[in-house]
Design a protein around this ligand. Structure first.
Ligand SMILES: [Zn+2]
Length: 78
């Protein structure tokens, strides 16, 4: 069984994804590393509160990566 790498490098501006780190060719922003894991990994989904309302349209891994203050907030909800 082959193991496919799941790590991607994603531009924080236009969200174009590459499999290697570097500058985004479109906006010259450094891509950020992201490991969304398996397709059913919960970090691929946007965060919701207890009532199922979306807290953000961004996936959880992105928020954790780009907004550490939100991570603390999300922990309170769990
Ligand atoms: Zn870009």
């Amino acid at each position: 069984m082959s193991i496919e790498p799941t790590v991607l490098y994603i531009c924080p501006n236009c969200f174009s994804a590459e499999t290697s780190p570097g500058e985004c060719p479109h906006c010259q922003r450094e891509r950020v590393e992201c490991d969304p894991g398996k397709p059913d990994n919960p970090c691929r989904k946007p965060p919701m509160d207890k009532d199922g309302r979306l807290l953000s349209r961004a996936p959880l891994w992105w928020l954790i990566r780009s907004a550490p203050y939100l991570r603390a907030k999300l922990k309170e909800l769990r």
